[in-house]
Ligand binder design. Sequence first.
Ligand SMILES: NC(=O)c1ccc[n+]([C@@H]2O[C@H](COP(=O)([O-])OP(=O)(O)OC[C@H]3O[C@@H](n4cnc5c(N)ncnc54)[C@H](OP(=O)(O)O)[C@@H]3O)[C@@H](O)[C@H]2O)c1
Length: 248
Amino acid sequence: MSTAGPPGGRTAVVSGGSRGLGRRLVERLLSDGWRVAAFSRSVNAFVETAAESWPDHFFWRSADLLDIASLRDFVFAAERRFGRIDLLVNNAAVLHQELFLTMSVKRIETSVSANLVGPMVLTQECAKAMSRAGGGTIVNVSSINSVRGYRGVAVYAGVKSGIDGFGRSLARELGAFGIRVNSVVPGFFDSELTSQVTDANRTRIKKRTPLGRLATTDEVAEAVMFLASGSSSFVTGQTLVVDGGITC
Ligand SMILES: NC(=O)c1ccc[n+]([C@@H]2O[C@H](COP(=O)([O-])OP(=O)(O)OC[C@H]3O[C@@H](n4cnc5c(N)ncnc54)[C@H](OP(=O)(O)O)[C@@H]3O)[C@@H](O)[C@H]2O)c1
């Protein structure tokens, strides 16, 4: 196993760093000089290329938000690999669209476990590492479903509202340890997660968005990078909505 990266280097943990917004964040963080520990359930070409291109700065391991032991093992391995954790981006999530009245209890439990319990446990482990390192930053990736109602996503909306409430109260607990906690609340952007959105709904979303289009992953990543950076050093317990105005 190789040793920790350059002295003074900062380490970011990105959940779901293999594609979509998580992939873009991994790319941004690596090119900004961060050491990055990322996980997803499966490896893909991006992960393999990043591991080859950034052998001293990139660490990936398979872990599942539904498997608490795998999350704890991942954080332990990331801290051992890089020596510290300064940033957590709770990015990974699973969207299952179904009308609530027909949704099985098993589906509800799975969504809550993957989108709320998993990120909470990951946060707990990373926050312990941050407190050992003297401080840090947590950015939770929420969704506009937490602030506006949409048919077919009641459970997903519930967990995304939950992650925002979790972050606000956690900011109060962790401020004393020099740890900031904020949420980015994106509107729709193209990714595998939204691949089920029909063309008709995509057109409807654009029509309802004052800026007339979906977000790019770069625009959402920019907001995460702001909340991760020293430029937001006095911002904690907040939500930053990046939605082209659809919720205004
Ligand atoms: N796309 C949108 O329009 C939109 C809008 C608002 C908010 N968001 C939020 O933005 C974040 C990123 O979304 P995205 O669109 O980039 O998603 P995405 O393209 O589906 O990517 C999700 C990532 O999370 C990983 N992942 C999924 N389930 C996992 C699990 N159980 N355990 C571990 N890793 C898991 C995936 O890899 P594996 O499948 O290999 O595990 C992948 O790396 C999410 O929090 C989402 O709720 C997205």
